[in-house]
Design a protein. Sequence first.
Length: 123
Amino acid sequence: MNKTSDRVVRWAGRIAGIALAVWLGVFSLDSKTVPGFLIHNIPSVIVLAAVVVGWRWPGLGALAFAVLTVPTFTFFHTYRRWETVVFISGPFVLVALLFLAQWLRAKVARRATGGEGQAPVRQ
């Protein structure tokens, strides 16, 4: 594993998660009142919280985004059409997979260096 691919895997989930939060935040711009704006930004704040968790603990970030996928299926009824699954629930699944890839890659790197119980080195 080289450094460039490690950086790509590490940053892909983070950037995609932030982009997803911004994308969800765009939908709050049609609010006419401040309380409405704040209420419509709750999903963005939840997604940003999941990104913060995934930033430090990628395995938990993958789990958080996988869990966040469930409300998109149930609340938005995306299971009815494949297009809505791709465009509404798909980004959550994608970010979960990116954080999972980061976690698995770090786990393999720790095993290769013999540091199973050690914390990963932060750069």
